[in-house]
Ligand binder design. Structure first.
Ligand SMILES: [Zn+2]
Ligand SMILES: [Zn+2]
Length: 253
């Protein structure tokens, strides 16, 4: 055994690589060392039949021709929402690892999956990440939506445009009962650079997860206010609107 192989074996022994999806040890010869092959096969797209506009799976017993309740209240400018996978294990663990545990390297895998379901018929789209709050940016050091947007942009041969921001100083207001409370400060998004590149452009709005849609709707309103011709939300994962398994991931929005 040569020295390099010995060093590698020792590294694997003392630093066993756990899959970020399931924590199982990944055999050194398999995969990229972040996610095990089994977890990769468990990442699944939203099941069909689903809403052509927002990708929400239709439940059984839905009357034929009935409108989708998930996107019925969305503004017209928010033309579509696409998600690479359903927010369920192991996708929720990957979202958490990217968002809270510093696993920026997951951006390649997750953003690559997103690029596959990105609308391909948009002329000269503006690729815009949903901004994170200043506090989270400080503690984490990066915006997970930007990390994903960079991979999507690279796959499409485009560039990322960080035209949105999360202003500080908004009063915290809890809306409505239940765990689905939306914090206004958390969801409020503004245009960083008014009068800029947005007017007349189709925007691909990038975020890690679609759950309540509050942040995406706030960002859409900001983009529409600057004249975006259409907004197409693209997320890595989508919470199932009904009947889905309970999520383990806390604090995603
Ligand atoms: Zn795994
Ligand atoms: Zn819908």
């Amino acid at each position: 055994m040569n020295l390099a192989a010995l060093t590698k074996d020792l590294t694997d022994l003392f630093l066993p690589r756990g899959c970020l999806g399931c924590r199982d040890r990944i055999p050194p010869e398999e995969g990229d060392g972040l996610v095990c092959p089994r977890c990769l096969t468990l990442l699944r797209p939203p099941p069909s039949p689903r809403c052509l506009r927002c990708d929400a799976p239709f439940g059984t017993g839905r009357p034929k021709g009935a409108p989708c309740m998930e996107c019925a209240g969305w503004p017209e400018v928010l033309v579509s929402a696409r998600a690479a996978v359903v927010l369920e294990p192991p996708a929720d663990a990957l979202v958490y690892a990217l968002k809270y545990d510093g696993w920026r390297a997951l951006g390649g895998l997750m953003g690559g999956r997103m690029a596959r379901v990105c609308p391909g018929d948009l002329a000269d789209p503006l690729i815009v990440p949903v901004p994170t709050t200043p506090g989270r940016q400080r503690t984490r050091g990066y915006n997970q939506a930007l990390v994903l947007a960079e991979t999507v942009a690279e796959e499409l041969g485009e560039e990322v445009s960080e035209v949105l921001s999360r202003p500080r100083g908004r009063t915290q207001v809890a809306l409505g009962p239940s765990e689905r409370r939306v914090n206004v400060e958390e969801s409020f998004v503004a245009v960083r650079d008014p009068g800029s590149r947005i007017r007349g452009r189709a925007v691909i709005l990038i975020d890690d997860v679609l759950t309540t849609g509050a942040t995406a709707l706030s960002a859409t309103a900001a983009l529409a206010g600057e004249g975006a011709s259409s907004v197409h939300l693209l997320t890595f994962a989508r919470a199932l609107p009904f009947g889905g398994p309970r999520r383990r991931t806390a604090g995603v929005s």
